[in-house]
Every structure is written in structure tokens, then in C-alpha cells.
Ligand binder design. Structure first.
Ligand SMILES: O=C(O)CCC(=O)C(=O)O
Ligand SMILES: [Fe+2]
Length: 190
């Protein structure tokens, strides 16, 4: 879909993602353009929209909405219809995200977790159905090019005390690895 509204939304999200990459780079003690460069540059960043529709359900505890997962993306932006349902696994328990008017939710995805050697966490989350109301969420996944870059911890995030936590992989390999729940050996064939 390429209506003027979606094109404008994509433009605004790209601008926001650019700023977030700056902040996250500085947070790692890197130059401000570094993470943007390491995810392959803004021109190559693919924005994928997924619409989640959660029908209302009298017994939410018996239903599966979106099962617990982490996003493979670099960043994910989420808008929703102000019905609670997004939960994050934080401090050993599921916490329901507050619905804050005029705000956008942003997740850090696996891509940034790998590049930062786990200093930024790709949070485990899930989507629950609601007892009384239909819930809709619009998730935009900002993804690096599938084959063009190798995802691995940046040298500056690695030290003797903090060895690399993730073997190198392309984004495509990372998606396959998650999809088929392969072990790390398949990412690093000897
Ligand atoms: O519905 C939500 O708020 C989250 C959905 C989600 O995590 C996803 O689509 O990856
Ligand atoms: Fe997600």
C-alpha cells in the first residue's frame, strides 16, 4: 500500500529511526552515525508493516494472541488502538505496557542486540487478547538488508571480560535460525 498517508508515515518513521540510531550509538560510546552505517544505511533499511488483529475473547487466558518472541528487526515501532494487550517480560515477570495517548512504542530488535553484543536487549514480548474489546496494533519492523551486511558484535563492544555473545550471521541467516530454532553451530559451520 503506497497511499500519501503511508508514504508520509514511512518518512516520519525513517526520520525517527535515524535519531534513535544516533542516541543508541552515543550510548555505546560510538560515533553518532555508526549504528546507522552498521545496519546498512537508511536507504537500505526495509520498513515492513504488520497489522495484528486480536478479536475480543471471554477467556483471554485460554487464547494465544501473538506468542512470546523477540523481533528480528533493528527497531520496531508500534501504534495501537489504545486497548492494553502488549506485555513485556521484564525482571522475571510479564508486565503490561501502558497505553499512553499520542505516543509510539519502540522496541529494540535482535539486530541491535547483536551489534551491541547484548548491551541493548531485544526484549521478549507477546500480544494478549482482551476480554471486552478488539485490539489492533500496527507494527513497523525496520530491517537491515538480508544479505548485504554481516551482523556481529561491533569490536568496540567486545573485550576480554565481554567476549562476543553472537556468532556472525547475515540477517537472512538470523531469520532462518530463529524460524527453525537452530542452534548456534548452524550459524558458524566449521
Ligand atoms: O500487538 C502488539 O502490540 C505486539 C505485536 C508484536 O509483537 C509483533 O507483531 O511482533
Ligand atoms: Fe513483536
Amino acid at each position: 500500500m503506497n497511499s500519501p498517508a503511508t508514504t508520509e508515515y514511512a518518512r516520519q518513521l525513517r526520520a525517527l529511526a535515524t535519531k534513535i540510531f544516533v542516541v543508541l550509538s552515543l550510548g555505546l560510546g560510538l560515533e553518532e552515525g555508526r549504528l546507522e552505517k552498521e545496519v546498512g544505511g537508511m536507504e537500505e533499511l526495509l520498513l515492513q508493516l504488520k497489522i495484528n488483529y486480536y478479536p475480543k475473547c471471554p477467556q483471554p487466558e485460554l487464547a494465544l494472541g501473538v506468542e512470546a518472541h523477540t523481533d528480528v528487526s533493528a527497531l520496531t515501532f508500534i501504534l495501537h488502538n489504545m486497548v492494553p494487550g502488549l506485555q513485556l517480560f521484564y525482571d522475571g515477570q510479564w508486565v503490561t505496557a501502558k497505553c499512553v495517548p499520542d505516543s509510539i512504542i519502540m522496541h529494540i530488535g535482535d539486530t541491535i542486540e547483536i551489534l551491541s553484543n547484548g548491551k541493548y536487549k531485544s526484549i521478549l514480548h507477546r500480544g494478549l487478547v482482551n476480554k471486552e474489546k478488539v485490539r489492533i496494533s500496527w507494527a513497523v519492523f525496520c530491517e537491515p538488508p538480508k544479505e548485504k551486511i554481516i551482523l556481529k558484535p561491533l569490536p568496540e563492544t567486545v573485550s576480554e571480560e565481554e567476549p562476543p555473545l553472537f556468532p556472525p550471521r547475515t540477517f537472512h541467516q538470523h531469520m532462518e535460525h530463529k524460524l527453525f530454532r537452530k542452534n548456534n553451530d548452524t550459524l558458524n559451520p566449521k
